[in-house]
Design a binder for this molecule. Structure first.
Ligand code: TRP
Ligand code: SF4
Length: 400
């Protein structure tokens, strides 16, 4: 078992492009070996902005899952699922909404930003305001410890931490907490109990964050701990109540520097993308017709790679030697632009080859994809219902 559980979601936005691959998916693929990973399609989140065109979502969901698989996300290692197939997310979202101050939601920077950016849409809806809270429910329902996100999403993770803290503060109080917590410490065995107390004292008296982290990993390693005791021991470290929902950490993934076909960041809205599984001829054509340094009108005019959008692509894909060759050849008009672009075309096609192959398997037999997702949804639901049991109990909803 892994001590850390990674969760991340993506809204279904249609075909993914190489920017998603370099910025997100490569990282997901790598994390699969190091952590327990859950990756899901945030289709309800897509509805918060696309409530008027819901029928586009279905195709985007399946295209995106095939893209994930094509990129090397491995269903034997990671759990892949769809948000709306795990309705417990909605239940947690509702229950958390009871304790979420409106001001907290209004203050999340993406709220006003997105409303302004997508001003052609009416986003003064309840669902859109609640976007970050739904995201909190996604994260907290799996007791995720790490959430890989780009820096635009960091406020949502911070918000999630505040919600978890507020929930624990309101619902984590139980009669006789201290005694129960101390009894739970003793059940760790004398050596570990001593260590636990030492670390707790270091944290509480000196604010030693490392001690807190060590104590948490000590608890995470204890297989035999009952769930109630685990919550108490986590809660007892930091305060005087049970920790029912655990605070996740944002795992900052280096912002993708993937350049698009025009030198700007690759993005669908700039119309400068190469999709993950783009047809080979299209790839060649798109790169061959890329603009270059405008100073190179004739083949004999020297140019400057720093003024050319092809150069950033060489920086992603080319070896040092190749980059030298470009620098020299461009500045001396020793090479032509078509010649200069060919290695980039080759590198992109090479990168896409295994992706195309993996995707083909799933395109030939779509039931494979359906089964992977059905499996993942089942696993996710099981984890989600465990948390919901504790949440309902803490909120006094476990009556029959
Ligand atoms: N808001 C995220 C984005 O736009 C998508 C998302 C929804 C998400 N729920 C999540 C990401 C939970 C991480 C964890 O990229
Ligand atoms: Fe750009 Fe290469 Fe042409 Fe120079 S030779 S302008 S770097 S494409």
């Amino acid at each position: 078992m892994f001590a850390e559980r990674v969760l991340s979601g993506m809204r279904p936005t249609g075909n993914l492009h190489l920017g998603h691959y370099h910025g997100v998916l490569k990282n997901w693929v790598k994390m699969q070996d190091e952590y327990e990973c859950l990756f899901f399609v945030a289709d309800w989140h897509a509805l918060t902005t696309h409530y008027d065109t819901p029928h586009m979502i279905e195709q985007s969901v399946w295209d995106m899952v095939v893209d994930w698989l094509a990129a090397g996300v491995n269903p034997a290692r990671s759990t892949l699922f769809i948000q709306s197939k795990v309705p417990e997310h909605a239940e947690l979202h509702l229950l958390l909404s009871m304790i979420t101050p409106l001001g907290w939601l209004e203050r999340v920077p993406t709220y006003k930003d997105q409303q302004e950016k997508l001003s052609e849409k009416d986003l003064s809806t309840y669902g859109f305001l609640g976007y970050p809270l739904l995201q909190s429910a996604d994260i907290l329902i799996y007791r995720s410890t790490q959430v890989p996100v780009g820096d635009d999403q960091v406020p949502h993770i911070e918000f999630t931490r505040e919600i978890a803290r507020r929930f624990n503060h309101i619902y984590g109080r139980e009669p006789g907490f201290e005694e129960k917590a101390e009894a739970a410490v003793r059940r760790l065995g004398s050596k570990k109990a001593k260590l636990y107390f030492e670390l707790r004292t270091r944290y509480q008296e000196q604010g030693d964050i490392d001690a807190l982290e060590s104590a948490k990993s000590l608890l995470e390693e204890q297989q035999s701990l009952s769930h109630g005791d685990r919550e108490r021991l986590f809660g007892y470290l930091e305060g005087s109540g049970k920790m029912i929902l655990s605070e996740p950490r944002a795992m900052l993934t280096a912002a993708s520097k993937m350049p698009g076909l025009d030198g700007q960041k690759m993005s669908k809205s700039y119309n400068n993308i190469i999709t993950l599984r783009e047809d080979e001829n299209n790839v060649s054509k798109k790169i061959r017709t890329m603009p270059t340094d405008p100073a190179r009108i004739r083949r004999t005019d020297p140019g400057d790679p720093d003024k050319c959008p092809v150069w950033p692509l060489h920086q992603v894909y080319s070896s040092e030697d190749m980059k030298q060759w470009v620098m020299k050849g461009c500045k001396s008009a020793g090479i032509g632009c078509i010649e200069c672009k060919q290695p980039v075309i080759d590198a992109v096609l090479e990168e896409q080859r295994p992706m195309r192959e993996r995707a083909q398997l799933y395109l030939d037999d779509p039931t494979l994809v359906r089964n992977i997702i059905a499996d993942g949804c089942e696993k996710a639901r099981k984890l989600a219902s465990e948390t919901m049991r504790d949440v309902r109990e803490a909120m006094g909803l476990d009556y029959s």
